[in-house]
Design a protein around this ligand. Structure first.
Ligand code: URA
Length: 256
């Protein structure tokens, strides 16, 4: 169910504020009856008319994008920076798409894009157990003892973070940096950067390589593809999973 003014706005007829004016003016009918009540709830099967013209319901669309660095994950930017909508292929720009959650301006990798508000809430709501996997290049030579702090769950003066799974991918002694794979079940603002900052290893570069079942594999930087119905269904199931991470067999990391 959604509010009547939201349904009108989503159908592309007008903005939500203008939709409220139309409702107040008695120009909106639901199932043939004039409704002037603000916030009246309509379901997918209800027919809505504005000035006796029936609204089409927008087809739900789901995509994933491999976001490059230097692109903001919102639909517009008051500082004139490039947005993820700017980099979509022209044929997708006609839809009212927006990102599912955010990646920082300087983070690259997988981000979902949709016009389905309920799906978005399910993916990024506080109860979503969707796993997010990142490759993190940090300053300094890291070790498992330090990473154990992130695996236990971490409380800083900014926030409290649930246990994560961490794995060292490689150590670069020459450049004094390390590459770590981390899996989270939540998505607080700047979470990865703040977690590593808190243990004394500032993040140099960050890439999200997986969101639930959607991986970065075979998706070149800047490219977008639509999700299959099966992938969307799987995502809905994954969102209901418990936020408990189980470790896969540990692999040995490279030192160079
Ligand atoms: N964590 C961060 O710090 N930044 C991102 O973009 C995503 C996760």
């Amino acid at each position: 169910m959604e509010r009547l003014q939201k349904r009108i706005a989503h159908s592309g007829v007008t903005s939500r504020r203008k939709a409220e004016e139309l409702i107040k003016a008695g120009r909106v009918k639901v199932n043939g009856q004039v409704i002037t009540e603000m916030g009246y709830l309509v379901g997918p099967k209800d027919t809505v008319e504005v000035d006796s013209v029936q609204l089409e319901t927008e087809e739900k669309r789901y995509y994933c994008l491999n976001k490059p660095r230097g692109v903001i994950s919102s639909v517009s930017d008051d500082r004139g920076r490039k947005t993820i909508i700017d980099i979509l292929p022209p044929e997708l720009k006609q839809y009212r798409l927006y990102p599912v959650g955010r990646l920082d301006y300087d983070t690259k990798g997988i981000i979902l894009i949709t016009n389905d508000g309920d799906f978005t809430n399910l993916m990024i709501g506080p109860n979503s157990g969707i796993q997010k996997e990142y490759l993190v290049r940090v300053k300094g030579i890291i070790n498992d003892m330090v990473l154990a702090k992130l695996e236990k769950g971490l409380k800083t003066n900014i926030a409290e973070y649930l246990p994560a799974l961490c794995e060292i991918e490689s150590i670069d002694k020459r450049n004094q940096s390390s590459l770590v794979r981390i899996i989270l079940t939540e998505g607080q603002n700047h979470q990865v950067k703040e977690m590593f900052e808190a243990i004394g290893y500032p993040v140099k570069r960050l890439t999200r390589v997986r969101f639930g079942n959607i991986t970065i594999e075979n998706l070149p930087e800047g490219a977008v593809r639509s999700l299959s119905i099966h992938e969307v269904k799987q995502l809905r199931v994954l969102a209901t999973e418990e936020k408990i991470l189980k470790r896969e067999p540990i692999h040995k990391y490279r030192i160079y």
